[in-house]
Design a protein around this ligand. Sequence first.
Ligand code: C2E
Ligand code: CA
Ligand code: CA
Length: 482
Amino acid sequence: MGFLSKLIINGKNQLSVSKNKNLVNEIVNHTLFENHPESNDKNPIQLIGNTQDISYKNVYEERIHQLAFYDSLTSLPNEILFTNRVKDLINTNERFTVFYLDIDQFRNINNVVGRANGDQLLIQFSERIQMILPFSSMLARLSSDEFGIIITDYMDIENPEVMAKTIIDCFNTPLFIKEYELYLNLTIGISIYPSDGSSYEAILNNASSALHRAKSLGSNQYHLYSSKSNINSLKQFELERDLRKSIDNDELVLYFQPRVAVKTGRIIGAEALIRWQHPIWGLVSPGEFIPIAEESGFINNISDWVTEQVCMYMGKWKHEKLELVPISINITSNRFVRSDWKEVLTNSLKNHKVDPSLIEFEITETTLLQHGKVVESAFQYLKQLGIRIALDDFGTGYSSLSHIKDFSIDTIKLDKSFIQQIAHNENVEVIIKSIIFMAKGLHMNIVAEGVETHEQLEFLKQQECSEIQGYLFSEPVPERKF
Ligand code: C2E
Ligand code: CA
Ligand code: CA
């Protein structure tokens, strides 16, 4: 224990330690005040220099080891021990596989269930995974909701992808924490020594970039790092590099996807959806670049650009004497944090003489909870202007309708993952029915997203869902076609 010998007391019970201060504080407090025969609470003895001769050395060494290398919540190995294990395996040139796991939306779950329950969730989460891992593997907690696994024993796993799938599937049954029944989604990145790198940095970086790649594919996804994915890394790299210039270079375009009244089949609105016409990669979908934009903060510029474009088109359509329908704009709650959003919005509305009641802001259920207070006051302002508010991707987060009723939401957009299970999953049908029923009770408009089949439409009609949006009627189309 190298740092024990560096313990020094500076005057009154003050300890100065070169490495882990809290850790050593704890040990010395025990040593001085509880266990040393000549000390008591009032008269701690002064200690200068080497403490290696203490009689409880072994116990403390074990305690120090525990604190230094294990996570105190889950008792799993921590990042240091995890990295050391990777280094050791590389030194002995053993083949092994690293998995990086990330719990999707853990922060939101924490917000909803509370921190103490969130802690319980992490404990149960790690216990459940440990049950399915081969005995010789290591599961470590790397940060709040990131975990790592090292697998060396290839007798027990057919291949890493099967393993990743098994891990994801073991959360098909919920975790029960107090009154909450929680279904967890995970994302997993995988890299293999020696094929994916020869140093511990390379192996860990590649597992991490595989994790990012998996995230861009959606939730409950895994991705195996391999040279094949280098093409994706190159694309990712170039998109990150070029995104900032996309607005100035005039490369962003808006598509519009109609919203249709179920009863009449008429177009009664549309959603503005962004596309990026990249000079090399062609038409890039928002799923690929919105996450990059969110990470860099450029999403705020994009939000402003979309708002301005929608207002510009509204002005143009009005000028061309076309029939106007409300247009909805996707906005992340982050935009409300920087206060200049009001000015940007009112300027766009004014410049193009747009009636605010023809604009709707779509905000996702998950980001709604991230900035609760800011969003609440932003909504009040929007309401005063006459702008409508829709809750996007409803059902993918953890809020219930009663949870969000205080936010004065006009429209609920039922996520396409629900709609696509119509006729396949009776339980989901029951959920859809009850969401439609409750939304009506709260006087909210309800839009079913991702409607692709007549069967789905028929079901929604029976449930008296008011609007649909989906490929069955139309994909998102360029402005002219719209
Ligand atoms: P979203 O807001 O949930 O948009 C609906 C997505 O569902 C669109 O994908 C749309 O093309 C797709 N979709 C519509 N009907 C169907 C269907 O019948 N089947 C299937 N499989 N998909 C359907 P898109 O255009 O790729 O956009 C993806 C996401 O990117 C959007 O999801 C939204 O979250 C984000 N996004 C798009 N434009 C913007 C924007 O201007 N600002 C922001 N912040 N996010 C945007
Ligand atoms: Ca949307
Ligand atoms: Ca949506």
